[in-house]
Every structure is written in C-alpha cells, then in structure tokens.
Design a protein around this ligand. Structure first.
Ligand code: GLU
Length: 363
C-alpha cells in the first residue's frame, strides 16, 4: 500500500510551542514500522515556520509576509536536519521536496514532481514534502498542508491519506462546547452535512482546522484515495490506521482513481497530435500499451512535456489520448527511433516511453 502521511504543526509540537523531539521520534518510528511492513510512505510535514521561530526567536504572529518567509526558510532546513537525523536511526534516507500550487497546475512541473517522487519511492527514500513557503506568497500558494497533502495523494496515486492531528477525528459537534458530541467513525461521502460539522479554524499554531481537513478529504476521496483523520497522540496511530483499525474518522473513496486520471487527461484541449504506425496504433487500441517513440512516424503541433496529446492511427482515427513524456521538438527528433537511442539523440532521457501506459486513455 502507498500511504501519504500528513503531520500538522500541532502534532509536531505535542501541544507545546516548540518541535517536540520525543513526539517526532515516535512519529518517525511509526513511519519506519509501516515501511518495514512493506508499505511505501510519503510524508507531508508542516513545522517550518515554527522551527524558524525556534531558531530566530521572533514569533510568527503579526509578521509581514517577508518575515514569515524568512522564518520558513530558516526553519525548513532545521526541520529537515531533525528529520534526517531521526530517520537515520531507522536506516532511512530522506529527501526534501518543496512544492507549491504551480507544481500541480502546470503539467510539465506536475510530471517532473511525480517523476522525482516515484524515483524516491523506488529507491526506498522517504520524501518529506512541504509547501515552498520561502518563494510562495499568498496568491500562488496551496495555502495549507491539509490541501497540499490531498494534492500529493493524487500526484502519487496513494492508496491512503492519513492526516494526524490534535483532535480524535470528526465529531457530531464541537466536543469542547457540546458534552454530547460523539466521534463519527466513517464518512461515506463528503456531503453538505459533513461540511457543516467542520466549523471554523482549529488550533492557533497550524494553518488548518477541521475545515481544511474536510476539504482535503473531499479532494482525495473524489480522486479515489480514502482518507483517515486520526489523533496524532494515539500510540502507533499510523500503523494502526494502515492496518485498518478503526481509529479516528475514515472517509471512503467516492470516485475511482482511473476516472480521476481520465478526467485530468481529457480535461486539456489537445493541440498536439502524433501519427502512429500500424503496430503502435494496434497496441494502443487493443491493449492500452505504452507508446514508444519507435511507433511514431510524425509529430504535429507544439506541446510541452506533460501535455495531453492525441494519438492517431494511420487512417486518421484517434485511438487514444495521453500525457507526452517529451516536448514536441524532442519527440519529433526521437520519432521512429528505438528507445535506447533517446539519450544519444537528445542528450537526456525521461524514460523509454513517449506516452506511458499509466498516462494513456484509449478512445
Ligand atoms: N507550510 C507551513 C509550515 O511548514 C505550514 C502550513 C500549514 O500549517 O498548513 O510552517
């Protein structure tokens, strides 16, 4: 199973106003246990601004954007240093990946980020993701790490998104105000009633609250990834959730991953067209197989890496659409060639496929 774990500032501080090392040890040990059980893990972690405050001593409240960016820039490296040290205890290597809204909007960047994360996972490296706060101002930010974690879950097509927080899960009412409030163990679909339970913002240290968590749950479940919101202070929370234990609130997937991917691929107006030879057209049409450069005999239009292109059979009929791994100029140069020649022709390679099977929709 591929799991994305999101840790908010309130979990990392364990209710204090600093990064809580013993808590961090527990969390990293939990991640190591999940990986040892054969799962893949991606961590989305907040805490940069907080770690910056810890280092520089000025609190983030009422700061200018530039000051907060300084805090984040200082704190992010401290945070990663801490994670790297702890992960080392469990024999794990970590990678820092800083993303922002453009990395999800722009298809070239999307594909590049995905390639990097897949590369980390296939080499057993634990990617640790945060928003790139040092360069992202309000207008171009995802804005909160709950939403970021849902985007990441889509990006890596996670089987599960676990959001650990300082609440036991989603309640029927605010448990601080209503003694009759009870935990909702399962949510089949994010309805307006569920939204109504989200209330306002949560703890004062993090950016989120239940609202951004419900939003994250809606984004991820629609794209086929179930989500669990669980208490970060419960012992072995992550392992238990991954093992399927009823802890916190579980949101069931409402869409399928394939549908979400299809929507994404088909949503873009295609300007690029590649003409395939008979064999390649047949492979796409009948088996939905990857398209190799060797099967392409002409490239029409201008497109970038990651853009949706149309795949045409020799008779001009459209057999499929997919995300091109190469920009049109590059694809034109490698068309008709064996994949092992790509590096020689271009001086680089994004892999042997022009369009990978996973990025291809048969029509
Ligand atoms: N990216 C922010 C940080 O690391 C946190 C954002 C959030 O709390 O959702 O400090």
């Amino acid at each position: 199973m591929r799991v994305v774990l999101k840790l908010g500032t309130s979990v990392l501080t364990a209710g204090t106003d600093r990064l809580h090392r013993p808590r961090l040890v527990d969390l990293i040990r939990g991640l190591a246990a999940v990986r040892e059980a054969g799962h893949e893990a991606v961590l989305v972690s907040s805490g940069a601004v907080l770690a910056g405050w810890e280092t520089l001593g000025f609190p983030p409240r009422d700061r200018t954007v530039a000051e907060k960016q300084v805090l984040a820039a200082v704190g992010q490296s401290r945070l990663m240093h801490t994670y790297a040290q702890l992960a080392d205890l469990y024999g794990m290597n970590v990678a820092q990946v800083l993303l922002t809204a453009d990395d999800f909007r722009n298809r070239t960047r999307y594909l590049n980020a995905r390639t990097t994360l897949e590369g980390c996972l296939s080499r057993g490296v634990l990617p640790i993701i945060n928003e790139n706060d040092a360069v992202a101002v309000e207008q171009i930010k995802v804005g909160d790490n709950d939403t970021l974690s849902a985007f990441v879950a889509n990006l890596v097509e996670a089987d599960l998104l676990v959001i650990l927080t300082d609440a036991p899960g989603l309640y029927t009412a605010d448990p601080r105000l209503d003694p009759h409030a009870t935990l909702i163990p399962e949510v089949a679909r994010v309805t307006p009633e569920i939204w109504a339970l989200a209330g306002g913002a949560g703890s004062h240290r993090g950016t989120g609250g239940m609202h951004t968590k419900i939003q994250a749950a809606e984004i991820a479940t629609r794209a086929g990834t179930p989500v669990v919101i669980a208490p970060g202070d419960a012992p072995d929370a992550l392992s238990r959730v991954v093992a399927g234990e009823a802890l916190g609130t579980r949101f069931h997937a409402s869409g399928s991953r394939l549908e979400a991917r299809k929507r994404w691929i088909l949503a873009e107006i295609t300007t690029g067209r590649v003409h395939l030879d008979d064999g390649a057209a047949q492979a796409v049409r009948e088996r939905g197989g990857s398209l190799l450069p060797a099967g392409i005999h002409r490239v029409d239009g201008t497109f970038g890496r990651g853009q949706t292109i149309s795949l045409l059979a020799p008779d001009g009929s459209e057999v499929g659409r997919g995300l091109s791994r190469y920009a049109s100029v590059d694809l034109a140069r490698i068309a008709g060639h064996h994949s092992r020649e790509i590096e020689g022709l271009l001086g680089f390679t994004y892999g042997p496929e022009a369009v990978h099977r996973d990025d291809l929709i048969r029509l």
